[in-house]
Design a binder for this molecule. Sequence first.
Ligand code: SF4
Length: 316
Amino acid sequence: MSELFAQAQALTQQRFGRVMQLFAPLYISNECVDLCDYCGFSFSNQIARKTLSVAEVQAEAAYLKKQGFQHLLLVSGEDPKAVSPDYLAQVLAGLRGDFSSLALEVAPFETEIYQRLKEHGLDRVVVYQETYDREAYARVHRAGPKRNYARRLEAPERAARAGIRQIGMGILLGLSDWRQDATALIEHVKILKKRYWQTEWTVSFPRLRPCASGYNPPHLITDEEYKELIATTRIALPDVGIVLSTRESPELRDELLELGVTQMSAGSCTNPGGYSLASESTEQFEIADHRDPATVAAAIMKKGLEPVWKDWESIL
Ligand code: SF4
């Protein structure tokens, strides 16, 4: 195993240098019309729901900017009324002058809508397939638009066609066999990379965490297997960024710093208004790394890496 890790580490340094890009998720809504068994925002859960106004999003963003963040990931449930393209266009337009990169992890859209949102400052789209196992997919996505496997599968390509600069793909670990899912994800990225070579691609492997739905993941993955997954992905996709969230523990995140990960979130809240608005909305899941951004940045430097708050300026 140490040879695998050494190879992954060397490749990461060679292709990406000794840097770690930091970003913050900003939850703008937890309203959702989908019924996904594993998610705290699932339609059937009796939780406190909230969609932030444009002014509230700006207040949350201002809080994150003070912490040093220049890259924001705006996250929401899928609700075509509450989180419409018009609303998202207003949110993006209100933030674009203050941040160097704005990403969306929301419902998947058609190419024309991605194009329109790009005009308002969108430069990164995140859309995870969750699992490539069609039976498992159908089992956990019980109702709502997300139940449509094919429409979701084609979303990264629709975003690429719209000229979105960077697209994030991923699988949710716990739903199905992680080795088969990772293999399918890697193949999917390889196909899209060949077709859309000007697009930057990233992958992520969020692990299911406790949430309001009380879902018990049928396919657990150990920390050792998680490290193996990151290292083998680096070797299979040497030029593709790997994104790590605060779902993982501080200890594991620190270990993964040199193993292939290139971007990580820090100091995350997973409920709308959670940073600065004393919101009573319910979170999507419990995070495992509760360190503030400055502490995460210090841990990155301790490993001899440079924390990067800004590596892209969309205005250019
Ligand atoms: S996973 Fe996404 S679509 Fe499904 S319930 Fe959660 S927020 Fe809604």
